[in-house]
Design a binder for this molecule. Structure first.
Ligand code: GUN
Length: 296
């Protein structure tokens, strides 16, 4: 029997995210020296969902770390859709705010589509509006959705060649899988296969992937037998799994069976510490870009 021992490279999202933040802080300092406006991010949070609160706290911390101004706007989960729309109009028209986000999920009585579509696209630093989404396939991409933008940045910084490669994306969500597939095609020049919950015989697709990207939210979905020797494996899943074996009573798990898949991979992202930290770095990059476009 021939044994293969591949030594893989761990893609360190924490390190790349920290490098990106250092670069942003430098650009902000340069802007300030030139007497230009400090980038300003506003964050709208509705309700008191614990996970959303943690995400938002991390976004505020990130703003502080790069020298951005920020405004935190909190509303009770009883706020009406119309009232929330009024606040969004106000932020849309506030000249000092360069970009803003409405943290999701929203309470069930508020339409995410209506809220998202009323964010001015040049301030939509989540890249969620149809205008920004569509711009992925234009010659002039505008503000990119943060998670796929972060994945593309990781691939670039690890010099992973995508051109002409077969990229298989599992998951077709609007936040991750769908825009990522478009970016891999348009910017990465990869040949892309999108798999989703209706795909039959998933493994028959994943086994031919040079680059396998998974954004489903099902821990352990990708097992070693589904991965080609030497593949690049990018795990975008983040699921909170509870159990007495974890010191905090819970742990964040990706979609890939890391222990068994890693020895077959050439590059692989861990969870946590892979794609996750890049999402906030991308939000900051988008905010800086929005500020630079508004006040060159
Ligand atoms: N909820 C979970 N992830 C995100 C995100 O990237 N942006 C917003 N606005 N809400 C989220």
């Amino acid at each position: 029997m021939v044994e293969t021992t591949t030594s893989y490279t761990l893609i360190d999202g924490r390190k790349v995210s920290s490098d990106v933040k250092t670069e942003i802080a430098q650009r902000v300092a340069e802007r300030k020296q030139l007497g230009k406006k400090t980038p300003h991010l506003a964050i709208i949070l509705v309700g008191d969902d614990g996970a959303s609160q943690t995400y938002v706290d991390n976004k505020v911390k990130a703003c502080k770390s790069v020298g951005f101004h920020y405004t935190m706007m909190r509303f009770a989960d009883t706020i009406s859709e119309d009232r929330l729309m009024k606040h969004i109009d106000h932020v849309n028209n506030d000249d000092d705010v360069d970009g803003f986000i409405v943290q999701l999920p929203l309470p069930a009585h508020i339409s995410v589509e209506r809220i998202t579509e009323n964010i001015r696209s040049d301030k939509d630093v989540d890249g969620f509006t149809n205008h920004n989404f569509g711009s992925i396939i234009s010659k002039n991409p505008l503000l990119m959705p943060a998670t796929p933008f972060g994945v593309m940045e990781l691939l670039r910084r690890y010099r992973i060649v995508t051109e002409g490669k077969h990229a298989v994306v599992i998951g077709a969500s609007r936040i991750a899988g769908a825009p990522l597939s478009m970016m891999l095609t348009e910017q990465g020049h990869a040949t892309v296969t999108i798999c989703h919950k209706y795909t039959k015989d998933l493994a028959s697709f994943t086994r031919s992937a040079d680059i396998l990207l998974v954004a489903v939210g099902k821990p352990g979905l990708v097992t070693a037998d589904m991965v080609k020797e030497g593949a690049v494996v990018i795990d975008i899943g983040t699921t909170r799994v509870e159990g007495p074996e974890y010191p905090k009573g819970w742990a964040i798990k990706g979609d890939v069976d890391f222990k068994n898949v890693a020895p077959k991979a050439s590059f692989i992202t861990p969870v946590p510490g892979g794609v996750g930290p890049m999402t906030i770095a991308s939000l900051l990059l988008n905010t800086l870009r929005a500020a630079e476009l508004r006040n060159p």
